[in-house]
Structures are given as C-alpha cells and as structure tokens.
Design a binder for this molecule. Structure first.
Ligand SMILES: [Zn+2]
Length: 319
C-alpha cells in the first residue's frame, strides 16, 4: 500500500499527507485497499490536529472532523454533549453519533471508539486508528441494506475515566438497551504485535466468535486473549475501555485491539516485544510506528477494516 491522496481538506490547518508519507511508504498502490481511507483519517487526526486531550480545543477539532466525515454519508448525525468533573475542574466534551437507520426496525448494533487522546504522543495507535477504521467501515456500508440500525459512536474523554461511553450508556432507555444486539468497541489497533478480539463469557461471546470465524475464512491472524493470566480468562479482557459501561448493562460486547498478551504482566498492557507499551508514550505517533514496525500500520488497518465490515453484515446470519 502506498501513496494516498486526500480528497478534500476539511479542518483548518490540514496536514499534507503526501509530505508525511515519504517517511514510511513503500511502492505506489494501483488501487485503494481496505484501510487506505482509515489511514487518511489517521494522518488528519494525528498530524493535522495532533494530541486530542479531553476538553481541549484539539478534541473539539477532532470532533468537528468526525462530524464532517459522517455528514458526507447517508447517516443521521448528532452530537451528545456532557460535563464532568476531573481533579476538581469542570470539563466539557461530547460524543458524536452517526445513525444508519433502517426504518423497519429498532434493533441496533453500536460500534464505538474514543477520539480523545492523552497529551504525550499524538494518539495514533490510541485511538485515531479506531476512528479511521470506523469511518471507513461506515462509508463501505453506507448503501448496504441491513436488518438493524447501526450507531457509530465516537466517545469523548475516554482517557479521563470513560466519560463519554459512561454518559452514553447511562442515557440509554431500557427499551434501547433491550434492542441492542451488541456493542463493538475498538481501541488501539496499530502498535501491538498481535491482533485480538475479545468478548463475554460463554454464550455472551458470540460476536467475538463470529469475528474469529470471519478472520479464519479470510486468513487474517486474528486471535483472542489466550488466558495465560487467570485474572482475564480465555476470550475475555478487562473493563478498561469503552465497552465496559455497555457490558455493565448486560449488552453483549466485542472488543478489537492490537497488543501482546504474552509479554510483561500478561495483562495486555505491554503491546510490543521491541518497545514495550506504545500507548500513552511519546512513541504513539505515525513516524515512530512506521519506522520501527514497517508495514504494520497499513496491515492492521486493512485487517481490522475487513473484519469490522464483514462482521457488521454477517451478524444478521446469527440472529
Ligand atoms: Zn484508548
């Protein structure tokens, strides 16, 4: 996969992708591959905007970027603002929601990822990667007729205590919870050595199992937590990302990420053999990732985009 051209500039001070791509790209690609658009979004969010700390001007810029992208599609787009207190300071953020509505049903699937980041690094892995994959998937599915609604939810202020996802889940009506087939969370897709999907225990893991089946058919090396660490049984993971508030409501969840469960404390936090954890460090930027892990960024974006797109269509076969 090679040089990508940006279709249009949307945010003030947009970064020129072609200049940046001289860092790590190989040959010119003859056509667009799955993951190429996700890559463009990743460049805009990390190099065009930069770190996107909750409540900051940059977080607002990222939100505007996502809103603008969703409005190009056949979606109902809304912003859900919320306030929260962090270290005695009142702060404000918002979720962005794009609804792909099927007027014949109220059944829905929620696909979510946070768009804020910490202040160090540029939040490429954590979590512009997931925003890019969801935006590309939303475009790929835009004209598809599916027997459920899909709500693409971009959460604000995850890094300050899952603020956006907590707020979203708290404001779901009992009816909406009952109509939710599942919630698929994406967080930190680039840096990790291996790609994973997690889910709930037993039958509550059916979305995870479907993702594993799809990956196997497509020869994508997606795996699940091997369960080396008894605190996180095989197939599951911890409650440290935006799936947690939905899981707490009894909704079936699945969660996609890249990391390495065999390293460090075997808790999924040590992402790479070569450099340990990348998230929340200055190394979480595209230049570093492309230099130290050539090809990994494009490969993971391609794999996760393919998996998520097929998962959202194949869920209908399981209902
Ligand atoms: Zn994250």
């Amino acid at each position: 996969m090679g040089m990508r051209t940006l279709k249009r500039a949307v945010v003030a001070g947009v970064f020129t992708a072609s200049a940046f791509l001289t860092v790590g790209s190989a040959s010119a690609a003859p056509k667009k591959f799955a993951g190429d658009l996700a890559y463009d979004h990743l460049v805009q969010l990390t190099e065009g905007i930069g770190p996107r700390v909750a409540g900051s001007e940059n977080e607002t810029k990222a939100r505007q970027y996502i809103l603008n992208e969703l409005e190009k599609l056949d979606l109902e787009v809304e912003e859900q603002s919320f306030n929260y207190v962090r270290r005695n300071v009142n702060k404000q953020s918002a979720n962005v929601v794009g609804v792909k509505d099927n007027p014949k049903t109220n059944k829905q699937i929620i696909v979510g990822a946070h768009y804020d980041s910490v202040s160090v690094g540029k939040g490429a892995d954590d979590n512009a990667s997931s925003v890019g994959v969801i935006l590309e998937t939303a475009m790929a599915l835009d004209k598809r007729n599916l027997p459920y609604d899909i709500k693409y939810v971009f959460f604000g202020a995850e890094e300050e205590g899952l603020q956006g996802s907590n707020y979203y889940a708290k404001n779901m009506t009992a009816e909406e919870v009952a109509n939710t087939i599942g919630m698929i969370n994406l967080d930190s897709l680039l840096a990790g050595d291996n790609i994973y999907v997690y889910g709930g225990d037993g039958e509550d893991g059916w979305i995870r199992d479907l993702a594993l089946k799809i990956a196997k058919q497509r020869k994508i090396p997606l795996q699940t937590n091997p369960g080396i660490n008894p605190e996180y049984p095989t197939g599951t993971t911890g409650d440290w990302s935006d799936h947690a508030p939905f899981k707490a409501k009894g909704i079936t969840i699945a969660y996609l990420e890249a990391t390495n469960w065999e390293l460090g404390d075997q808790d999924g936090y040590t992402q790479t053999e070569k450099h340990g954890g990348i998230w929340h460090t200055k190394n979480d930027n595209l230049a570093f990732l492309e230099k130290e892990f050539p090809g990994r960024t494009q490969e993971h974006l391609n794999q996760f985009t393919n998996i998520l797109t097929q998962l959202l269509t194949d869920i209908k076969k399981e209902l």
